[in-house]
Design a protein around this ligand. Structure first.
Ligand code: SF4
Length: 188
C-alpha cells in the first residue's frame, strides 16, 4: 500500500485518539466513521497553492458543489510540511466570510461616514489623485543635474491579498510612473 506522509499521520492520529476507549471495550467504529464524514462529506480534495508569498505553501482544499468547504496545510509539501502562516490559514475566511466588503466605500475629507460608490467612480478618482500627485512631485533631475525621472511623493505598500502576479504587475506600473518607494506586506 502506498502510504503518504499525510495518510500516515491520519492513521497514526486515529489510532492514538481511539486507544484509551477501545481498551475499555467500546466499539468506536460507527462514531469514527460519522465524525470523519461529517464536515467533509461529499467533498473533492484539490491541492492548491497559497498565493500570498513566494514560499508557495501547498493547501489542501475541500470543495463541494464548486465551493470551498475547508482548507488545511499539506503535510506532503516538503517546504512547509503542512504548516501555514496566518495568511494561508485564513484563506477560507477570505473566500467565504459574509462580512467581507463587496463594494467600494469612500469617506470624503472631514466626513464622519462612509459612502458606497461604484467601481467606475472609485477607479476614476484613484487614477486622478495618483496622476495629479505624480505630476506635482515628478523629479526629472537631481541636485547634481543627473537625470533621475523619479517620484518621491508616492509610497506603495502592497497588501497580503495580492498574489505574486498582481505584485509583479503593480511593481511594473509603479516603476513606469517613476515611483521608487515600494514595499510589500510579505517582506515586513
Ligand atoms: S503566505 Fe504563509 S501560508 Fe502562504 S505561501 Fe507564504 S508562508 Fe505559506
Amino acid at each position: 500500500m502506498d502510504v503518504t506522509r499525510r495518510r500516515f499521520l491520519k492513521i497514526a492520529g486515529l489510532g492514538i485518539a481511539s486507544l484509551p476507549l477501545t481498551r475499555l471495550g467500546l466499539n468506536l467504529g460507527g462514531a469514527e466513521a460519522y465524525a470523519a464524514g461529517f464536515k467533509l462529506e461529499g467533498t473533492k480534495e484539490v491541492i492548491s497553492i497559497c498565493p500570498f508569498c513566494s514560499v508557495g505553501c501547498h493547501i489542501i482544499v475541500h470543495v463541494r458543489n464548486g465551493r470551498m468547504v475547508s482548507t488545511e496545510g499539506d503535510p506532503d509539501y516538503p517546504v512547509s510540511e503542512g504548516a501555514l502562516c496566518s495568511k494561508g490559514a485564513a484563506m477560507l475566511s477570505m473566500h467565504k466570510e459574509d462580512h467581507r466588503l463587496t463594494k467600494p466605500l469612500y469617506r470624503a475629507p472631514y466626513s464622519d461616514h462612509w459612502e458606497e460608490k461604484s467601481w467606475e467612480w472609485m477607479l476614476d478618482r484613484i487614477g486622478r489623485r495618483i496622476k495629479d500627485t505624480r505630476d506635482r512631485g515628478f523629479i526629472r533631475r537631481n541636485d547634481k543635474g543627473q537625470e533621475v525621472n523619479r517620484v518621491d511623493s508616492i509610497f506603495q505598500l502592497g497588501t497580503s491579498q495580492m498574489d505574486n502576479e498582481e505584485c509583479a504587475l503593480s511593481h511594473q506600473f509603479l516603476r513606469g510612473l517613476g515611483v521608487v518607494h515600494i514595499d510589500h506586506q510579505a517582506r515586513i
